[in-house]
Design a protein around this ligand. Structure first.
Ligand SMILES: Nc1ncnc2c1ncn2[C@@H]1O[C@H](COP(=O)(O)OP(=O)(O)OP(=O)(O)O)[C@@H](O)[C@H]1O
Ligand SMILES: O=C(O)c1ccc[n+]([C@@H]2O[C@H](COP(=O)([O-])O)[C@@H](O)[C@H]2O)c1
Length: 245
């Protein structure tokens, strides 16, 4: 029997506000990875961006965090990690991945009660008989939509070595969005093509154009956003009179 590799998925973004699509992304990714027969997705992590990211119209992290908390009340495997939003400055995505990978590593260590070196014991405890010690600690993969992958191309936005670290060390799960031809984009990028085996392209199989931009626009116009966001998030937005003007 092949032991599946445990995987945690990390999604970074504004979540301004969190939409049903943000949660659906995790479901699509988990389905896809399970169907490969190689992975077992054990955890989803949502990391809202720091206020200092400075994107126009970004509401304060305390509100975005509160909305995510409410949205995740119905999930038993996706969690909120506010660490990124609590830092003094905006944090590059690679730093967020490193931080959460270290946290996962130490959680595993604490659960098994072993030192970092004792991977043998870890393997026994987790019932993983792969010779690869890495398979004991969950892999952490970045989960994003096609629009984020496309930004890898924007000059001076992402550092080349960060893109390399993301696709080489961590791995990427990318959900189709709009008319972006993900496969073509990967084929035409030297770095993405080189690490293509570490990039999972997941196709959203219904036409799904939910975006936080559309939600904010609808709210500004006083249109209903029911069923596009969890009820609890809509209540929060109304209580705090957000996204109006
Ligand atoms: N409809 C969608 N299809 C695929 N990925 C999505 C979709 N909506 C959001 N995402 C992904 O969710 C993550 C967080 O995105 P973000 O918070 O920026 O949402 P957004 O809807 O793109 O926001 P905005 O419209 O404000 O730019 C990103 O990786 C983004 O690509
Ligand atoms: O790490 C980087 O260099 C980097 C460069 C540009 C964007 N990001 C991240 O990508 C995400 C983009 O979110 P958004 O809402 O602008 O689509 C957000 O989490 C940013 O921190 C990260």
């Amino acid at each position: 029997m092949i032991n599946r590799v445990p995987v945690a998925l990390l999604s970074c973004g504004s979540f301004n506000p969190i939409t049903n699509m943000h949660m659906r992304m995790f479901e699509l990714a988990r389905d896809h990875l399970h169907q490969t027969g190689l992975y077992n997705v054990i955890k989803g992590i949502i990391s809202p961006v720091n206020d200092r990211y400075g994107k126009e119209g970004l509401v304060a992290a305390k509100h975005r965090v509160a909305m995510i908390q409410r949205a995740l009340e119905t999930s038993d495997w996706i969690t909120l990690e506010p660490w990124e939003s609590q830092q003094e400055q905006w944090v590059e995505t690679v730093m967020v991945l490193r931080h959460h990978y270290n946290a996962l590593f130490h959680q595993c260590q604490a659960m098994s009660g072993t030192s970092l070196e004792s991977t043998k014991t870890l393997k026994q405890k987790y019932n993983v008989d792969s010779p690869n010690a890495q398979s004991v600690v969950p892999r952490l993969k970045l989960l994003c939509g096609a629009d984020v992958l496309k930004t890898f191309d924007i000059p001076n936005l992402w550092k080349h070595e960060h893109i390399e670290e993301i696709v080489q060390k961590f791995g990427l799960v990318c959900i189709s969005r709009g008319d972006v031809d993900l496969q073509k984009f990967i084929d035409e990028s030297n770095i993405l093509f080189k690490h293509r085996r570490n990039i999972h392209v997941v196709r959203e199989w219904v036409v799904n154009d939910i975006s936080a931009t559309h939600i904010r626009r609808a709210l500004r116009k006083g249109h209903s956003v029911k069923y596009l966001l969890p009820e609890s998030v809509i209540d929060y937005i109304q209580q705090h009179n957000m996204y109006t003007a």
